[in-house]
Design a protein. Structure first.
Length: 127
């Protein structure tokens, strides 16, 4: 696993959403090069898995038909939990939960899902 600073610095370099990489355990889902790099650098396949599994939830299918904004934020400095919030076009959260996670190196990360593709915000902006 890379250090927090290496990951933060590395994520800034991703601005292209191609080529796409399949999410092996979730047919139909894909991730961009930046998300793949994050998974490998932060050892966080669970993050992509959590987003992919949620795509089958009724609340997601019903309330999030367009872009999905996923936010993971540590609950305090050095906290052992990440607070997950998922939003669509409105400011109201569709999913809010706390995930036990002591080894994730970042304090927060935002990801976007568009047409079953998981992207970093910088990759979406340059899509």
């Amino acid at each position: 696993m890379k250090s927090k600073q290496e990951i933060v610095d590395g994520l800034r370099g991703f601005t292209s959403s191609t080529p796409l990489h399949s999410v092996d355990q979730h047919p139909g889902m894909a991730m961009t090069p930046g998300v793949k790099w994050l998974v490998e650098s932060a050892d966080c396949l669970w993050l992509v898995d959590r987003i992919s599994v949620a795509q089958h939830l009724k609340s997601i299918k019903k309330r999030l038909t367009g872009l999905q904004f996923w936010s993971f934020a540590r609950d305090g400095i050095g906290g052992g939990r990440l607070n997950l919030t998922t939003r669509g076009g409105s400011k109201s959260p569709v999913i809010e939960e706390s995930i036990k996670c002591v080894d994730f190196p970042l304090d927060n990360i935002q990801l976007i899902v568009s047409n079953k593709v998981i992207l970093l915000p910088g990759e979406y902006l340059h899509k």
